[in-house]
Design a binder for this molecule. Structure first.
Ligand code: NAD
Ligand code: 44H
Length: 378
């Protein structure tokens, strides 16, 4: 069984590639980073280290790589893979869509077997987004045929994998915890299961719980930590004010999630505590600028801040802490992050309110916009 995985980065190697390999797949990575591709081709293996007291080292053998810029090679790999996964970042999905569409065409011509494409990105409905990009490249007739050949089940992935600074470019250190949930109802029946994956019929409660707890809390620590001059999440999570903000934001999203999905309140509280402990993991060093990356995406309507806050307000709840995190996100001026640079220019040219309105999709008169502006000015 061959799995083609787009994105040989942190999650690609440290999570998805590892699990697929352990599940018996021969993993082929497609990446645009030439040196990464060459190292994987040359060595055919890499090592994952678990960030806890055990420092367990897990070898991943039998891997290969292709150059993601070589469209012929990508299409051929798509045409012959048993499974396709991605961990490239949501904005990159549209760039890998042409290769997938070309591979589907080849597969249709050759009468290939049905397969799944699973986007392992931090977004609601990432595989569905990828499907829309791919389908838009096929004719109406091809789309009809493709629907019988390829399905795009959505998924939720959770494992903290920081930026890696090892001598070995392929080595990757990850936390022990992981969770990979896939929407079974969007899959072809009788498909081989990936070991370690939790299959569910309704993914929405899982992806929202993950995104609005792990990622909401994480970016709260990142933006507050950056503002206070901390380099890592681990440093920021020693500051009582940051802890208070993270916990406050998670109590706000937590009350909303409990109300919408009927989660048990004490189990959800334990989930929050466990996540805050994961942020503190002393065996990891996770830079605030990684976790805060792409503030425009993080402040977009369906992401980890705006979507839960709007729903909380509709329920009559408090968004005091989330509002503060949004104002701090507007202050994230890290010069090496293209979205932070873009956001800061927007603020400089049009003012913070107009910039917030543009990225969040909310009106200037929306109560959330007004509250964020009050905190921002303070
Ligand atoms: N790191 C984490 O803790 C974590 C956890 C859960 C989910 N995620 C999600 O996983 C995704 C990847 O995150 P990451 O931290 O691994 O990022 P990363 O930057 O380490 O990896 C992304 C990889 O994609 C490659 N890439 C870029 N364009 C490409 C293209 N056109 N074709 C093929 N490869 C391409 C890059 O070269 C890079 O190697 C993101 O959506 C992120 O939100 C990350
Ligand atoms: O990858 P992003 O930019 O959506 O979010 C940054 C981190 O919060 C994220 O990568 C987490 O480490 C991960 O989602 C944990 O499962």
């Amino acid at each position: 069984m061959k799995a083609l995985h787009f994105g040989a980065g942190n999650i690609g190697r440290g999570f998805i590639g590892l699990l697929l390999s352990q599940s018996g797949y021969e993993v082929v990575f497609s990446d645009v980073n030439e040196s990464l591709v060459q190292s994987l081709q040359k060595r055919g293996s890499y090592e994952v280290t678990i960030a806890d007291e055990s420092r367990e080292r897990i070898p991943v053998h039998g891997v290969d790589a292709i150059d993601g810029r070589n469209s012929t090679e990508v299409a051929e790999a798509v045409a012959t893979a048993d499974l396709i996964t991605t961990a490239v970042g949501v904005p990159i999905l549209k760039h890998i869509a042409p290769g997938i569409a070309a591979g589907i065409r080849l597969r249709m011509e050759r009468g290939g077997t049905p397969f799944h494409v699973i986007a392992c990105e931090n977004a609601i409905g990432a595989s569905t987004q990828l499907k829309e990009h791919v389908m838009s490249l096929l004719s109406a007739e091809e789309q009809e045929k493709a629907a019988l050949l390829v399905a795009f089940p959505d998924s939720a992935v959770d494992r903290i994998v920081p930026l890696q600074h090892h001598e070995d470019p392929l080595a990757v250190t990850v936390e022990r915890f992981y969770e990979w949930v896939i929407n079974r109802s969007q899959m072809f029946p009788d498909t081989k299961e990936i070991s370690g994956v939790h299959y569910v019929d309704d993914l929405i409660p899982y992806i929202e719980r993950k995104l609005f707890t792990v990622n909401t809390g994480h970016c709260s620590a990142a933006y507050a930590g950056y503002h206070k001059g901390y380099a890592t999440i681990q440093e920021a999570m020693k500051d009582e004010e940051v802890i208070g903000l993270v916990n406050g934001a998670l109590q706000e999203t937590g009350s909303m999630l409990i109300r919408v999905y009927g989660f048990d309140a004490s189990e959800h509280e334990a989930y929050i505590h466990k996540i805050m402990d994961r942020f503190r993991n002393p065996y990891l060093s996770d830079e605030v600028v990684r976790v805060g990356r792409s503030p425009i995406r993080k402040l977009s309507p369906d992401d980890r801040l705006i979507r839960p806050a709007v729903r909380i307000l509709e329920q009559g709840g408090s968004t005091e802490h989330l509002t503060k995190v949004m104002a701090l996100a507007l202050k994230f001026d890290y010069a090496e992050d293209p979205e932070a640079v873009e956001l800061q220019s927007l603020i400089a040219e049009q003012g913070a309110c107009e910039a917030f309105v543009k990225v969040s999709g909310l009106d200037a008169s929306h109560v959330l916009t007004q509250r964020v502006m009050v905190v921002y000015e303070q």
